[in-house]
Design a binder for this molecule. Sequence first.
Ligand code: HOZ
Length: 436
Amino acid sequence: MIFNRSQQLFAQAQRVIPGGVNSPVRAFRHVGGTPPFIASAKGAYLYDADGNRYIDYVNSWGPMIMGHAYEPVVRAIQQQAEHSTSFGAPTELEVLMAEQIIRMVPGIDQVRMVNSGTEACMTAIRLARGYTGKNKMIKFEGCYHGHADSFLVSAGSGVATLDIQQVPGVPASIAEDTLVAPYNNLQAVDLLLEAHAGEIAALIVEPVAGNMGCIPPEPGFLEGLQQRCKAHGIVFILDEVMTGFRIAPGGAQQYFGLDADLITFGKIIGGGLPVGAIGGKQAIMSHLAPAGEVYQAGTLSGNPLAMIAGYTLLRELDLNRHIYETLATRTRQLADGLNSEFAKAGVVHQINQFASMLSVFFTEYPVRDFQAAKAAGNELFKQFFHAMLRRGIYLPPSPFESWFVSYALSEADVEETIQAAGESIREVFEHPAGRA
Ligand code: HOZ
């Protein structure tokens, strides 16, 4: 594969953009090498600036659930653009969008649109604090809720990928209000509840973690959190930026039969355009300005292009619910195929799969929390990653990110990926000279 144009662009980018990218994981710092600069994408495939084709397992970190440049979404955006791209004033589309989300996700009374998952989580915490009059919150090691100050403690995603222990610029006075427990560990939560009785405003969790690789919740974990939040008057927040509309039409709230107080959404509800949202119970949501005094605002919030893209995608998902079964089946086929190739090559590994999310960890131990994810064989991951990339398979460039499968991925693509994985793992083991 030739990467000349990407190499040129990366060199050029590093002169004018910090690290050459607009979001850290993209820089390939963890795996090394040059990130392919993407020129276009269609369906299951990405095409880079050198004309290389890749089967995409990043899918813009989740939202491309139907594949890239999905016709109904593209057409809707084109038509809306003719009517202007921003008003900074209310539109009918925002109402339709809120109604659509409320129809699909159980237990939500109201929705506020924002521009990213970060904004959604940041607003959810402010709202929980304003509503309860308390400051502290509980989050889980390796979970990532965007880059607002309060969340950058023991965070996954790029913070874990770059191995940043403490983020400079986050005041200690803010970080100390963030209490951290290991994922899948209710006993640790109980200790925090005891030590900080009456001080905790909110508990936020990724119902299926996707920012320390994919780590599913163990049976009873989410239900246990919800029960403790209700018992202690703590606002229970599900961060569904990754799981929302992906693991089920109504996300984790529906899949696990939960009743969260607030749910945050991102990416997917913009069909790939920049969007986020907070949904939740009226009793809490009514504290947001202008109904209440918890302030939050944005000129681009409810942007018409983002609304039409998201509304079109959500309606398609709502009307074609069979796609969730296909997505899960295809992802299971992928997991089974990878398992068998790694086993044939004698490589110790764990594959965590949940619906259309998946992660490969090169370790013999089950990966159920951040410590286990960090302990998994990262050197092997890097070599495997590059061997796959050379074979046209685009994986997340970090073991701390989940793979995402799209509906555009065919059985033939899955087979191509499994074959590439077999060749890659053999190359890494049998021909060390071929290692990246
Ligand atoms: N933090 C994002 C995934 N969890 C990556 C964002 C990006 O680089 O686009």
